[in-house]
Design a protein around this ligand. Structure first.
Ligand code: BES
Ligand code: MN
Ligand code: MN
Length: 463
């Protein structure tokens, strides 16, 4: 398939410019102020899919933001690949920490990306990676290289928990029927170390509020005599980990799948340099559950993290006050077999029990989802592995990721199909962070690799 490299050379400037146009649209799903922009982005994705050669593209309304669905069915007897991605992005905050405005994409060179990287919110997560599939489709259609059927399902609520996608999938099983689901919304180890993500963690996200007195109080007149909700909340949170950094919620680890020593040895073979890891984050040491390595801690082990905490006075200077209420947002990353709804219940029961008399506790579940592990002995994995081998010259390493795409487990349940996670991002791309970027090399490599997946998957399916 020599043509893909030729096609890329001829069209790469246009491919980059089209992505830049998409990145200018601030499709922040979390913030209602951007709702019209999110809707406009769905329209832009529809246009892009039609131009890339889909026969039909629809904007499917949901209770929230629409799902863009497109397809090209060349022969119902051939296999069907369902591509999933998301056109929504995380909020850009804190805006002050961006070197250039988040929705005015610029190309800059970095140490890791001497060819340049596009800096913008969503560059890697997930507009850049989603758009690789649109351009790979364009190549295949225009050059008569599409070997099978393709369906695209691009949603606009991934970053807020995909709350309406489950219902859409359950109601459209026929339409979405496929032989394999293909997603680029994860990362790889390094530019010269290709990897395929074989696992995602599940998630339970909750918000807690601890309320003491019925109003804010003078911290001199009342301090010491009533429970201070911020003191209490921080103490409760601190008690959620023990001295070995294990989570103390009763039952939390009951269903956790323990990996065999052999599987752990296998994992330890993936290239990883702890010194570089620390240097990249400017930290003197790593931190986490006793008995596990950094790569284990961030992939095969469950976690509990405060994502935000507030209450009381945070303005200029000092104000002496005991706040009436203190709040925190807490995420728990889960591993396969842990059930997110059960974990949410266990958390709630434990947290309510922890509260001393003198405060009331409210636990509000936000969203969640199951973890996922893909086997590596199926046609999908084999096709992906062969595709990377072709374009990187190296067999990719299977690697479980710590991130979550909760809908993947649901796809398996509802559509009975496996998902292959071909991610081309790097840890240094700063997704969800200020100065998010996506390497132009990675973007083009993704477009180059994807058509081979289709070719090998179709060939393997015929056997
Ligand atoms: N693309 C990410 C998930 C991801 C990134 C997985 C890198 C593996 C490697 C996705 O957009 C995301 O941010 N997911 C959220 C969960 C969602 C329910 C808000 C996450 O992992 O925090
Ligand atoms: Mn994503
Ligand atoms: Mn994300």
């Amino acid at each position: 398939m020599q043509q893909i490299t030729e096609y890329l050379n001829k069209n790469k400037d246009r491919f980059i410019n089209e992505l830049i146009e998409l990145l200018k649209m601030p499709s922040v799903s979390a913030d209602p102020a951007f709702s019209q922009d999110v809707l406009n982005t769905a329209d832009a994705v529809k246009t892009a899919l039609l131009e890339a050669g889909c026969d039909t593209v629809e904007i499917c309304e949901t209770k929230g933001y629409p799902i863009v669905y497109g397809e090209k069915i060349i022969d119902p007897k051939l296999p069907t690949v369902l591509v999933y991605g998301h056109y929504d992005v995380q909020p850009a905050d804190p805006i002050d920490l961006w070197d250039s405005p988040p929705f005015e994409p610029v190309i800059k060179k970095t140490d890791i990306h001497p060819e340049g990287a596009i800096f913008a919110r969503g560059a890697c997560d997930d507009k850049g990676q989603m758009y690789m599939h649109v351009k790979a489709m364009e190549f295949m259609v225009k050059n008569d290289k599409l070997p099978c059927n393709v369906k695209f399902m691009i949603e606009g609520e991934e970053e807020v928990g995909s709350e309406n996608l489950g219902e859409f999938v359950a109601n459209n099983k026929e339409k979405l029927a496929n032989d394999i689901i293909l997603i680029s919304d994860t990362g790889m180890i390094a530019k010269d170390v290709p990897s395929i993500t074989t696992g995602l963690r599940g998630l339970s996200y909750v918000e807690v509020a601890v309320t003491g007195p019925n109003r804010d109080l003078h911290s001199g007149l009342y301090g010491g005599a009533v429970a201070n909700p911020i003191n209490v909340l921080t103490k409760m949170i601190a008690s959620l980990h023990d001295e070995n950094n294990r989570i103390t919620i009763p039952g939390f680890y009951d269903k956790v799948e323990e990996l065999s020593q052999e599987e752990r040895n296998q994992m330890a073979k993936a290239p990883f340099n702890l010194e570089n890891y620390k240097k990249a984050l400017d930290i003197k040491d790593v931190y986490g559950e006793k008995g596990y390595t950094t790569n284990e801690r961030n992939s095969i082990r469950p976690t509990l993290d405060v994502n935000g905490i507030w209450g009381g006075y945070i303005g200029a200077g000092a104000k002496t006050v005991i706040a009436s209420t203190a709040y925190a947002k807490i995420s728990m990353r889960l591993v396969p077999h842990q059930e997110w709804e059960e974990i949410t219940r266990l958390f709630k029961a434990h947290f309510e029990r922890l509260a001393p008399a003198g405060v009331t506790v409210e636990v509000k579940p936000h969203h969640g989802g199951q973890g996922y592990v893909t086997p590596i002995d199926n046609d999908g994995y084999k096709a992906a592995s062969k595709a990377y081998k072709t374009t990187f010259g190296k067999t990719p390493i299977p690697q479980r990721s710590g991130g979550s795409i909760p809908i993947v487990a649901l796809f398996e349940k509802e559509l009975k199909s496996k998902t292959i996670l071909m991610g081309f991002g790097l840890d240094s791309d700063a997704i969800h962070s200020p100065n998010e970027h996506f390497g132009i090399w990675n973007y083009l490599k993704g477009i180059e690799t994807i058509p081979y997946f289709y070719k090998y998957f179709t060939e393997l399916s015929k056997k």
